[in-house]
Design a protein around this ligand. Sequence first.
Ligand code: ADP
Ligand code: MG
Length: 407
Amino acid sequence: MKYIVENNQILDDIFNKALSGPILFKNKSLLFPQYTPENILFRNEQIIRLGYLCSSLLKGQKSSNLFIYGKPGTGKTAVTKLVLSKLKEKGKEVNSDLYISNINCRSAGTEYRVTAALARDINIDIPFTGLASKEVFTRFEKKLLKDKIPFLIVLDEIDALISRYGDDLLYGLTRINEKDPEIQLMIIGISNDVRFKEYMDPRVLSSLGEEEMIFKPYTPKELENILYDRIKSAFIPNSISSATVSLCAAISGSEHGDARKALDLLRVAGETAEREGRTQVLTQDIKNSQGLIDQNRIVEIIRSLPAHSKMVLTSILKHPPTTSRLKTMHIYALYTQYADEYLGWHLTARRFSSLVHELSILGLIDRKIENFGRKGGRVTTILLESPEKNIRKVLCEEEIFEDIFNI
Ligand code: ADP
Ligand code: MG
């Protein structure tokens, strides 16, 4: 009883404080990664080129496929969404038949869901489970060949699809174009990493990469401008000093010019200031929020991994402690053992190494190919990039991984 009264009191205080405290944010939603800015700075070149490439579809003509890559937070998704929404608008205005699909492969999660989403976007009813991916693809292909309506497919974070499932789906898509010259299918693949090409069939690669576009990391100066532009509408005037903006841009620029991180830092720092009843965001708030957002990111990434990737991470953690880097072949041996026992089957060595690669792209591990002389050959070694206990804590949210750690 005592706790109920106490908790009620605490919550009452929190809400009253929030209501009576000074306002710092004018519109906080503009600082979340889901928000797509209308005003995209420093990306004119990419917007124009993407616009040109897509414009053929409006006239019912074929366009080249495109492969976009750049580090996270360099504006790939924002630019694509902007161009797509204008294309949709224009298509409606001039009454041109056009199918458009924009799928994030990482959030879709499985090859089945990506295929099903494509099929639904051309108005085929697909159940959430129950069909084989192949069957869904067959229905999809049939409808496309029948409709003969130009179709723009954007596969965002395509690296997640390929490292987990290989390139069968992409191969199938690129083949449709060859089957019927009347089909206008344009595929745009977006990736955070250019090296994932290693896992693609050369035929798929040459088809998808007819055109390529690179998004370079933003410089600290560019990040500052992006921040200032967003601050105008997200915060009340004079709440953020130029020193705070510079620090925020410097931190996010030092890794790889990541605008998402810059905006995240600013939002979390603002939340701290607001909680403390201040109307100024200080440089110290930025410094404090850095550790917090890095940890949140790790949690989010690990939770969204497929089971076999989590098993790879678990195997890395279960490897007996050593002072040197871990050899992936030793991890593979552990992985096959755990995967067989707890997931019922294990992936091939090739698929395993593509998952290891993905973990390195996500920044969870550091992967290196080392040369051990003529006899030793080339060996892939890895090292965890984040504290072991943080990773373990997230993995243990699921019973099977917790069981393995308890062995
Ligand atoms: P990517 O897809 O390359 O990882 P995003 O397009 O998702 O990056 O960009 C991350 C965030 O940064 C977006 O939410 C967007 O608000 C912001 N952003 C990125 N580039 C720009 C830009 N050039 N101008 C304004 N905001 C940007
Ligand atoms: Mg993106």
